[in-house]
Design a protein around this ligand. Sequence first.
Ligand code: F3S
Length: 284
Amino acid sequence: MEILRAEVLGFCFGVRRAIELAEAALCGEKVVNTLGPLVHNPQEISRLNAEGIRAVNSLDELEGETAVIRAHGARLETFAQLRARAVRIVDATCPFVTKSQGIAQTFALQGYTLVIVGHPDHPEVQGILGYIRGGAYVIAHPEDVAGLPDDIRPGVIAQTTVNEQTFLEVIDTIAARYTDFAVQNTVCSATRERQDAARQLATQVDAVYVVGGRHSSNTNRLAEICGSVCPKTFLIETAEEIDPADLIGVDRVGVTAGASTPDWLIAQVTERLRKIEPVRTANP
Ligand code: F3S
């Protein structure tokens, strides 16, 4: 059985960098806290926990001397609160998110009202909102533009992981309603690249394994994309979930993984697939 890997899969640059920074911060310390989980993958979170990298939900839960800001970033006031507590800060904000925070500030200084295309509860969006004073709007769909006030000059950016097509449709709707507005496309290419590579992979194989957390939205999106092309698509968290019976009659199997899936889990899945003897038909 031939095994094909998607051309782009697994950890994005920002998540990989955040984990490397957290592990480097651990040198000489027993525990390093991250404000929220570093990555949406239960197996990687367990591995990090065992190393001493633990997620907390509030500053009151902090143990040790160091706090890591994850790739999603954090509000300016969170940095101030950490400094007031004399906590060493390791800022692992993804540089693409830092760029969005800067654009939000620039728009606000120029008198634009910030409009973020994204999800209001997402930590990245919450963090960006903490970089500006005054009102801002978070919308998810082109239809939501109708709910914006008439008397604003919208300054529009995207949550880095939103569907780019939706963002562009929102911009078209804004352009049809407002004459004075500003736009910066801050969609991160990592999501798009993984989705394109998964779609391409699914056209070349008889079955696809999408490796990643069941609660990871980007992993679920990859599974949807692959499933629309290749009906034998399986979302798995670990290699143990592979059932050889699913591979009867399969000559080529594909492997892809979400942006929050570590290399070691992908390697375990590939290794397990290599060991499975090919069976051509169910009823010889
Ligand atoms: Fe950064 Fe894009 Fe990943 S914004 S955290 S590289 S999905």
